[in-house]
Design a protein around this ligand. Structure first.
Ligand code: NFA
Length: 103
């Protein structure tokens, strides 16, 4: 007696449900007290920016009040903003980095 053919073929296409994490912006906020060179140092150290890019981001915040520094997942954005703000606070500066979700 031949064995019955027990092979089954799936007729349901598997759904790929991989959610893209929402990205959050890190913003640099201008103030009247933190020295420009110090802001550039923080941008280079915490956000691994080159000197030219760090100068441009610093000057944009200086002239417009705020500048987007970078985008990350929420956790990384919050960690970086806190660490960069803390670098200023340790030197007695009111330097502030904030985060907000991308549209
Ligand atoms: N406005 C600051 C100054 O003139 C420089 C600055 C730029 C501070 C961007 C904070 C953010 N010394």
């Amino acid at each position: 007696m031949p064995e019955p053919d027990t092979t089954t073929i799936s007729r349901v296409k598997p759904e790929l449900k991989v959610e893209r994490p929402k990205l959050h912006k890190v913003l640099l906020v201008n103030d009247d007290f933190t020295p420009r060179a110090f802001v550039v140092t923080v941008l280079r150290a915490e956000f691994r920016m080159g000197d030219g890019q760090a100068q441009r981001v610093m000057m944009t915040a200086h002239q417009r009040g705020v500048c987007v520094v970078a985008v990350f997942t929420r956790e990384v954005a919050e960690e970086k903003a806190t660490a960069a703000t803390e670098m200023g606070r340790k030197q007695g500066y009111p330097l502030l980095f904030t985060t907000e979700p991308e549209e």
